[in-house]
Design a binder for this molecule. Structure first.
Ligand code: GDP
Length: 204
């Protein structure tokens, strides 16, 4: 069977829950600070040079972008966060949109949080983890730009992130990730696919 990630296609952008697709299949949501490498990771998982992403200029209207993963699941690109220059009103809107999506979305099967391996666990990352704590969704943490650190520095950071998240009662899986070096790409894809299958087996 071909990977659902090989069949990634843009469906729609939404600025509010009214624009979200029906909750008829499991969703894997991607979140992370602006510029962390989220689009690059999604492209790497999809095996594409560049999927069609709507404009992501900071300060513009923030959207949640939905992609189909074949006809079995969806990939959800949550708006990036953490830009210091973003006005308070836009930050509040982000809280409402992303916090609301995570809290309300029943079909949320897994969340992939990207953090730059050189500066993980920043303030807004921790806020996101707080929102994720009550959800039953699986959690995959990708430490992006792993090519910017030595192997041993990367491994040490991964251990620290894992222990911090475990202390906060998160059952998270962490991976070192590099889009240009394709490090962690296959592992992430296999893990997410297994979680989708698992969810399906447990479903009605
Ligand atoms: P997004 O804003 O989170 O979607 O980030 P992008 O995917 O657009 O990446 C932001 C910048 O980081 C771009 O210049 C990418 O080329 C670069 N980048 C993304 N992932 C990696 C990575 O794994 N390693 C390195 N060295 N650069 C990366």
């Amino acid at each position: 069977m071909p990977s659902p990630f090989a069949q990634t296609r843009f469906i729609t952008s939404a600025v509010a829950p009214a624009g979200f697709p029906a909750e008829d299949r499991p969703e894997i949501a991607f979140a992370g600070r602006s510029n962390v490498g989220k689009s690059s990771a999604i492209n790497a998982l999809a095996g594409r040079k560049r999927l069609a992403f709507p404009s992501k200029t900071p300060g513009r209207t923030q959207t949640i972008n939905f992609f189909e993963l074949g006809d079995r699941a969806r990939l959800v690109d949550l708006p990036g966060y953490g830009y210091a220059a973003v006005p308070e009103a836009i930050r509040a809107k982000w809280d409402e949109l992303v916090g609301g999506y995570i809290a309300e979305r029943q079909c949320l099967a897994a969340v992939v949080v990207l953090m730059d391996v050189r500066r993980p666990l920043a303030r807004y990352d921790m806020q996101l983890f707080e929102w994720l704590r009550p959800t039953p969704a699986r959690l995959l943490v990708l430490l992006s730009k792993a090519d910017k650190l030595s192997r041993s520095e990367g491994v040490a950071t991964l251990a620290k992130v894992n222990s911090t998240l475990r202390a906060k009662a998160h059952n998270a899986t962490g991976l070192l990730f590099s889009a240009p070096k394709r490090q962690g790409v296959e592992e992430a894809r296999e893990l997410l696919e297994s979680w989708l299958l698992e969810g399906k087996a447990a479903g009605p």
